[in-house]
Design a protein around this ligand. Structure first.
Ligand code: PEP
Length: 260
């Protein structure tokens, strides 16, 4: 199932929460979502052990989409400790983050592996949330556009337009993730327009509808300006997704900014 709205606010919980805190956070998000049906899709990516519980809770409201934070590129096999896409599908997970900079940096994931993960997700009907973005050195040296274009071409270049149309893309400048630094609204708007153009080169007109989210220390204090960018279709939120009120404030801001 795909996200119904083009404006999306997604929360990546990373390796945070335990059963009790995950339970409480999910309850708050699902309750708010049920009471406030709107034109923003809320996506929640808890750690693997809480995905089953999350799907169950979200199912009762039907408006929160549950995503995994990672998956393996093979269908199944002797890969101790890994999680396959068919497993995720079998419990009702609908989407999966791929190519997050922490996976690239700490687990050596590169775009060739990411491309295979995306194929596997699409094969099983899960929506990939593909992350790209330059690091600090690449931003400061001015090479950031080439870096992001290269990531996109390597990870998505093997897809046909109909597959690209099923993606969500997140622009996440690595220098802004978890650092408290954030892209200015102008920097975000420029890169989102650039990413849109790259996607259109690969896939033509269908790429105009692909949601492109901003991620990197996004919080209520800076979200309005960033979300105003024409090609910014919402946010992928890390730290600020761990507090229900803060995350819901970001959902409200995205809804207000994108309403007109
Ligand atoms: C992320 O990890 O996707 C992210 C955007 O994190 P943070 O909001 O904490 O910078």
């Amino acid at each position: 199932m795909e996200m119904s709205a083009r404006t999306i606010v997604a929360g990546n919980w990373k390796m945070h929460t335990e059963a009790g805190t995950a339970n409480a956070l999910l309850d708050a998000l699902v309750a708010w979502s049920a009471a406030n049906p709107g034109h923003v899709s809320m996506v929640v990516a808890p750690p693997f052990p809480f995905l089953g519980m999350a799907v169950e809770k979200a199912g009762s409201a039907g408006s929160v989409i549950i995503a995994a934070q990672n998956c393996h590129q093979e269908e199944q096999g002797a890969f101790t400790g890994e999680v396959g896409v068919p497993m995720l599908r079998s419990i009702g997970v609908q989407a999966c983050i791929v190519g997050h900079s922490e996976r690239r940096q700490y687990y050596g994931e590169h775009d060739a592996i990411i491309a295979r993960k995306i194929k596997m997700l699409l094969k099983h009907g899960l929506q990939p949330i593909y992350c790209c973005g330059e690091n600090r050195e690449e931003r400061e040296s001015g090479r950031f556009r080439e870096v992001v274009a290269d990531q996109i071409r390597k990870a998505l270049g093997g897809l046909v337009p109909a597959e690209i149309a099923k993606l969500v893309v997140a622009y996440e400048p690595v220098w802004a993730i978890g650092t408290g630094l954030t892209a200015t609204p102008e920097q975000a708007a420029e890169m989102h327009a650039f990413i849109r153009a790259e996607l259109c080169q690969l896939a033509g007109g269908v790429a105009k509808e692909v949601p492109v989210l901003y991620g990197g220390s996004c919080k209520p204090e800076n979200a309005t300006g960033i979300f105003r960018g024409d090609e910014v279709n919402g946010g992928l939120i890390g730290g600020a997704a761990l507090v229900a009120d803060t995350f819901l404030e970001l959902v409200r801001i995205a809804g207000a900014v994108k309403q007109h």
